[in-house]
Design a binder for this molecule. Structure first.
Ligand SMILES: *[C@@H]1O[C@H](CO)[C@@H](O)[C@H](O)[C@H]1NC(C)=O
Length: 211
């Protein structure tokens, strides 16, 4: 009986020793990962990972743990209101492609605006992004000045409602003609000298007549 008790006690001691052995942490092994550049974290071997900006993809080779990274360069965005999405490398144009006018207005591709007497147009069909470009620019041409509201005498006085080609009877002796340049050119009718002494000039006529 005594020997049985002793055996049981020994078994308990061995079991306790075994439990203790299990409680000892296993020896540390070096992490089986690749370390990404710029503190971007680790990648397990055999896996690939992206940098936080989404532009760099790295692969950690199984076994050798040799890391290969490929960086992506983004082309200039064809808009002035591009947005950066976390984890997506290249900026996108949520409102579609657009241009900026000299005055700073945004014009969608294919659209035009009038600004400071300029007609500005956005056409990105043949847009070639240049290095360091500040984005697509609208192409502007000056607008022709609005036509005057009438033709003017050489002294500058305008006759409202007249247009090129019009004749204007200023008085019975003066006829004016409006040129293409909206200028009234006036001609005074030359009257022959009357051949009598009791001449008169009828109402609305230029030259004197004899009775
Ligand atoms: C300009 O010329 C027209 C035609 O000769 C005349 O009727 C008008 O009074 C003139 N205006 C001025 C401001 O001189």
């Amino acid at each position: 009986m005594t020997s049985f008790r002793a055996t049981m006690a020994l078994v308990v001691v061995i079991a306790a020793a075994a439990l203790q052995a299990h409680a000892i942490p296993p020896p540390k092994t070096p992490p089986q990962v690749c370390v990404m550049p710029n503190g971007e974290g680790n990648i397990e071997q055999g896996k690939s990972g992206k940098s936080s900006d989404g532009c760099m993809t790295c692969n950690c080779e199984e076994g050798t743990r040799i890391m290969t990274c490929v960086s992506r360069a983004c082309p200039p965005t064809p808009c002035h209101d591009s947005v950066k999405t976390p984890g997506v490398c290249c900026e996108t144009c949520p409102n579609g492609p657009n241009c900026k006018t000299p005055g700073g207005a945004l014009v969608s591709d294919g659209q035009s605006v009038t600004e400071n007497n300029m007609y500005c147009m956005c056409s990105l069909q043949f847009w070639m992004p240049t290095g360091g470009s500040e984005g697509p620019q609208a192409v502007c041409i000056p607008l022709p000045p609005p036509p005057p509201s009438g033709c003017a005498f050489t002294n500058g006085t305008e006759v409202a409602g007249t247009k090129p080609g019009d004749d204007l009877q200023l008085d019975p002796c003066t006829t004016c003609f409006c040129t293409d340049g909206y200028v009234l050119q006036c001609v005074d009718e030359a009257c022959p000298a009357p051949e009598c002494s009791n001449y008169f000039t009828p109402q609305g006529q230029c030259c004197p007549q004899c009775p």
